[in-house]
Design a protein around this ligand. Structure first.
Ligand code: HEM
Length: 389
């Protein structure tokens, strides 16, 4: 950015360039936007920063896509059991480019989980959570929970069989929490069963609570990234930091363009599914969660009924708390993975475990439909009609 606000005096009065500078001067004096942009474009990148550091901005771009397509879908969607499925069917077949927009939103959610996971792994292996970036990491872990919350609440909205029964199973997990579980589940569902109030609640959380949380958390995250600047490679390299513009910005643009192209292709080539309308009285439907919850789903299936709470509550809570406390659990000063001992070993073990379980879930045939007596178990839905407000 070469144009300096205030430099208009050197230009011929009335020329297009001088008019542009006058406009920029005006914007700068009223908003400070020009110096704000320049500061961000000049952000110093330590030597060794490269393609791995493009994932944060890719994530932000995907979240913006998701927000735009979500607002477009909300223009046609009706969050009631009588109309939800019908309105999604109308989006798919009656609205111009409706199937494409829904496709972008559907595939976009998988992209976001994938890119958020890669961004988290990159910052983990680079030890970027260490002093002074502890809070950048903690806010990132919270953002990850919010992203999973979006996926969980969004899954129910089409109100087809898959959506309904997966949400019955997902919310039933809450009931396994000792003492307060049943009450919590009723609170989340808005009644004893998944019904009209569950749909309203999930919709409210999906379009209001989670977006608000995400905007606030992302704002804090980006502020902290700028405050502490980005960390360089684990072993510092010789050389002077380079500004973000033009090299790193170009890398970001390439990655964003490639990912957007892929997303567009998926949205055009594969119409997102819409199964039969939710039938709360049928127990013949076997639910399967989205691919990113399959690891947990398979893990729950391994647990004997007496230890079910280990899979539903104890292990997931320990993993989340461990991730939040990671900057303080890892006492080693070095950021190099080879010097970080048990933290790296544990992470590799978990990544392998989650990977194998997810693969097992993807490859396994859906289990046979549950019989009536099994239907009360956590992994099988109860054959009860939905509640009405
Ligand atoms: C809304 C989602 C997120 C956005 C938009 C975002 C954005 C960014 C950006 C732009 C950067 C700098 C460039 C880069 O390192 O890629 C960054 C760095 C960082 N992010 Fe995120 N991030 C998000 C989620 C997360 C998550 C889920 C975590 C981890 C749990 C995380 C942890 C970090 C850390 C520790 C850094 C500092 C990296 C360094 O200094 O090398 N972020 N983030």
């Amino acid at each position: 950015m070469r144009d300096q606000p205030g430099s208009s005096v050197t230009e011929t009065k009335g020329s297009p360039r001088s008019r542009k500078l006058v406009v920029m001067d005006w914007i700068e004096s009223r908003t400070g936007f020009v110096s704000f942009s320049r500061k961000n474009l000049d952000e110093p990148m330590p030597p060794g920063v490269g393609w791995w550091q493009t994932l944060g901005n890719l994530l932000m771009t995907l979240l913006i896509f998701q927000f735009v397509t979500g607002v477009a879908l909300a223009m046609f969607y009706a969050p009631t059991p009588d109309h939800a499925h019908q309105s999604v069917a109308y989006i798919m077949d009656g609205v111009t480019m409706g199937a494409f927009i829904r496709g972008l939103h559907h595939w976009g959610s998988s992209f976001i989980v994938l890119v958020a996971t890669l961004h988290m792994l990159r910052t983990f292996f680079w030890g970027s959570y260490k002093k002074p970036r502890e809070m950048t990491w903690v806010i990132g872990v919270l953002i990850f929970q919010v992203i999973l919350g979006f996926s969980f609440t969004g899954y129910l909205l089409p109100w087809d069989q898959k959506a309904y029964w997966a949400s019955v199973v997902g919310t039933r997990i809450i009931a396994t929490i000792p003492y307060v579980g049943e009450h919590l589940m009723v609170l989340v569902r808005g009644g004893k069963e998944v019904g009209a109030l569950t749909l309203t609640r999930f919709y409210g959380v999906h379009v209001m609570l989670l977006p608000a949380a995400l905007i606030v958390l992302t704002g804090i995250h980006l502020y902290l990234v700028r405050k502490h600047h980005i960390s360089g490679p684990v072993t510092p390299r010789k050389g002077r930091p380079a500004p973000f513009f033009p090299v790193q910005l170009l890398r970001d643009a390439v990655v964003v363009l490639v990912a957007s192209g892929l997303l567009l292709m998926l949205a055009v080539a594969f119409r997102p599914e819409l199964g039969g309308v939710a039938d709360p009285s049928g127990v013949t439907f076997t639910p399967r969660p989205e691919w990113y919850f399959l690891g947990l789903y398979e893990f729950l299936k391994l647990m004997p009924p007496s230890l079910e709470v280990v899979g539903t509550l104890i292990v997931p809570s320990m993993v989340t708390i461990g991730m939040l406390l990671l900057p303080w659990l890892d006492r080693v000063e070095s950021r190099h993975p080879a010097k970080r001992g048990w933290i790296i070993d544990l992470a590799l073990f978990m990544i392998l475990g989650i990977g194998v379980l997810t693969l097992k879930g993807v490859l396994s045939e859906p289990p046979p439909p549950p019989k009536a007596p099994e239907a009360e178990a956590v992994l099988a839905p109860a054959p009860t009609p939905p509640s009405r407000p």
